[in-house]
Ligand binder design. Structure first.
Ligand SMILES: [Zn+2]
Length: 496
C-alpha cells in the first residue's frame, strides 16, 4: 500500500527503545575491559561468564553515567532501585539470565524536545534503566549469515556484561505522516545528547547505539491502540526512518485487507528496505523476572545526584542556540547545518580561524556537494576543519580567489596534502605580479580595440570583456579587482 494512502486511513503509534553502550573502561559487574573488538573471548572472567561462586559488583561510573543520562532527559532519579534477573535461554548470554532493571529503573518520567524540521516535538520518556549487554553469535556457513542454514555457530563473550542504558519512550502519538521523520530526529537528538554528555561513543555502526522501533496502527481517530511489532537493532539514522515507514505501509496493507497484526519482533533488511518476521514476542511473564540476590540495591545520595546535575555540560540544543547567535545565522541556515550534521565541523573550522560565514558556506555548499556525489558523510570526507580554515585564510589574504580555492579543496580531497602544498604543487596562487598582469591587459586591449574605445568613451561596464580575456589568459589566476584597476589606468579612464 502506498505510504500516503496508509496514513490517510491509519494513525501510527510509535515507541522507541534506544540501547546505548556506556563508555566506561570496565564492564557493569566486573573489571573486564569494554574495548570494541579484540580476540574473541579474551575480555572475560568468572563474573561475566557467571561461573559458579563468582560475585558481581556494580560499576559506580556506570551508575553515574545512567544518572547523567536521566538528568539530561529531564527524568526523576530513583532514590532506591535494584537489579533483577531477566531469565531467558539464549546462547549469547552465558548466565541464562540478563541482569537488568525491571520495575525499578534508575530514571523515569522525563522528556526530550526534538526539532523536527523547525517544529519542536516533545517526546515523553517512560524510563531509562541499566542493564548489561549480551555476547555476540557468529553463524558460519550458509548464505545469509543467519542461524538457519548455518553449519555451526561461534560465540564471543567479550561484549557480555558491557554496561547499557536502555531509554524507552512513552507511546508517541499524533505524529501522523511525519512519524518516520520524528523517529529519526529523536534518535539523532538522543545521539547528540549522549555524545555531549561523554557517556558513550554512540557509534551506531559498531552497535554502541541501537534502536528498537515499536509500531502499531490505529484507525484514524480511534483511541484504542492496535497490535504492535518491534523492529530490533536498527543501526543507522536512515534505517530508523525507513524501518518505521515500511512497517506503516506493511501493517496498513494487512489491516485494510481485513487481516490482523501478529505481535512479534522483526528485523530490518538494509538491502531491501523491508522488515522480516523474527520470533513471536514474549511477555514480561515469560522472562520470570526476580530481584538479583547477589547485588546490593542502589540508593544514590541526593547530594551526589545534585553534584552530577551541576556538572552537566552545555546541552546540544543550548550550544546550538548560542552558536547560531554567535555566528549570526538565520533559523533556516542553522537548521540546514544541523540536518547536514555539520555544526561541529563548522565550529571547529571557526575555531581554526575561519569566519563563520566562510566556514558555513564551505561545509554546506561545496563540500556538501562533494559528500553527496561520493555518497559519504561530511565527516568522512578526507579534509579537516583546519584545512578548510587554511583555504579560507588564503582567500582572505588574496592569494586565492573563489575559483582557485575550490581547486585547492579538490587537491586536498584528492590526498595531495595541506592547502599550502596543493597551491605550490599545482601552481594555483593568484597572479598578483603587476608586470605579468600588465602585459596580459595590454594583449587583451590590443585584441579588442573596439572595447577599448567604448571604455574610453565612458562605457565603463565594457571593462568586463577585458577582465574576462585576462582571466582566460591567466587560467583564472588573476586578481580580477587588480585587473580592472590596471585596465582603467592603462586607458587613462577614471572609473566612476
Ligand atoms: Zn568479566
Amino acid at each position: 500500500m502506498p505510504y500516503d494512502q496508509a496514513i490517510e486511513t491509519f494513525d501510527p503509534v510509535m515507541g522507541l527503545e534506544v540501547h546505548v553502550e556506556l563508555g566506561t573502561a570496565t564492564k557493569m559487574f566486573c573489571a573486564c575491559p569494554t574495548v570494541f573488538g579484540g580476540e574473541p573471548n579474551t575480555h572475560v572472567c568468572p563474573v561475566c561468564l557467571a561461573l559458579p561462586g563468582a560475585m558481581p559488583a556494580v560499576n559506580r561510573l556506570a551508575v553515574e553515567y545512567a544518572i547523567k543520562i536521566g538528568l539530561a532527559l529531564n527524568c526523576e532519579i530513583a532514590t532506591w532501585c535494584r537489579f533483577a534477573r531477566k531469565n531467558y535461554f539464549y546462547p549469547d548470554m552465558p548466565k541464562n539470565f540478563q541482569t537488568s532493571q525491571y520495575d525499578e529503573p534508575i530514571a523515569f518520567n522525563g522528556y526530550l524536545d526534538v526539532d523536527v524540521e523547525g517544529e519542536i516535538v516533545r517526546i515523553e520518556i517512560e524510563r531509562a534503566h541499566m542493564e548489561e549487554d549480551t555476547g555476540k553469535s557468529l553463524h558460519v556457513g550458509g548464505a545469509t549469515g543467519r542461524i538457519n542454514g548455518a553449519d555451526y555457530s561461534l560465540l564471543d563473550y567479550n561484549r557480555a556484561g558491557v554496561p547499557l542504558v536502555e531509554i524507552v519512550t512513552k507511546p508517541i502519538i499524533g505524529t501522523k505522516a511525519s512519524a518516520p521523520v520524528v523517529a529519526r530526529a529523536y534518535v539523532a537528538a538522543l545521539r547528540d545528547l549522549l555524545l555531549s554528555l561523554g557517556v558513550s561513543d554512540v557509534r551506531m555502526d559498531q552497535g554502541s547505539l541501537r534502536c528498537d522501533a515499536n509500531l502499531s496502527l490505529t484507525p484514524a481517530g480511534n483511541p484504542v491502540f492496535g497490535t504492535r511489532t518491534e523492529t530490533k537493532n536498527v543501526n543507522s539514522l536512515r534505517s530508523v526512518e525507513r524501518a518505521v515507514r515500511y512497517e506503516i505501509t506493511r501493517q496498513a496493507a494487512i489491516l485494510a485487507a481485513g487481516g490482523s497484526i501478529r505481535q512479534e519482533t522483526r528485523h530490518f533488511e538494509e538491502a531491501s528496505g523491508t522488515t522480516r518476521a523474527g520470533r513471536s514476542k514474549e511477555t514480561a511473564e515469560d522472562y520470570r523476572y526476580f530481584p538479583e540476590p547477589d547485588l546490593v540495591p542502589i540508593a544514590p545520595d541526593p547530594a551526589w545526584v545534585e553534584e552530577i546535575r551541576l556538572a552537566l555540560p552545555e546541552l546540544p540544543w543550548i550550544l546550538r542556540d548560542r552558536m547560531q547567535a554567535d555566528w549570526g545565522l538565520t533559523d533556516l541556515e542553522m537548521r540546514d547545518l544541523v540536518a547536514a550534521d555539520a555544526v561541529t565541523l563548522v565550529a571547529e573550522t571557526v575555531a581554526a580561524g575561519a569566519s563563520p560565514a566562510e566556514a558555513r558556506s564551505w561545509w554546506s555548499a561545496y563540500l556538501g556537494q562533494k559528500a553527496n556525489t561520493s555518497g559519504v558523510t561530511l565527516q568522512e570526507l578526507p579534509i579537516t576543519p583546519k584545512q578548510v580554515a587554511q583555504v579560507s585564510a588564503l582567500v582572505a589574504s588574496g592569494e586565492l580567489n573563489a575559483k582557485l580555492a575550490r581547486q585547492v579543496i579538490d587537491g586536498v580531497l584528492a590526498g595531495e596534502g595541506d592547502p599550502a602544498e596543493v597551491v605550490k604543487a599545482r601552481g594555483l596562487a593568484v597572479v598578483s605580479d603587476d608586470s605579468a598582469l600588465q602585459s596580459a591587459v595590454n594583449d587583451a586591449l590590443a585584441a579588442q580595440p573596439d572595447v577599448a574605445e567604448r571604455i574610453r568613451a565612458g562605457k565603463v561596464q565594457a571593462v568586463g570583456a577585458v577582465v574576462g580575456a585576462v582571466m582566460k589568459a591567466t587560467k583564472g589566476q588573476a586578481d580580477a579587482g587588480r585587473v580592472r584597476e590596471l585596465v582603467f589606468a592603462t586607458l587613462g579612464v577614471e572609473p566612476s
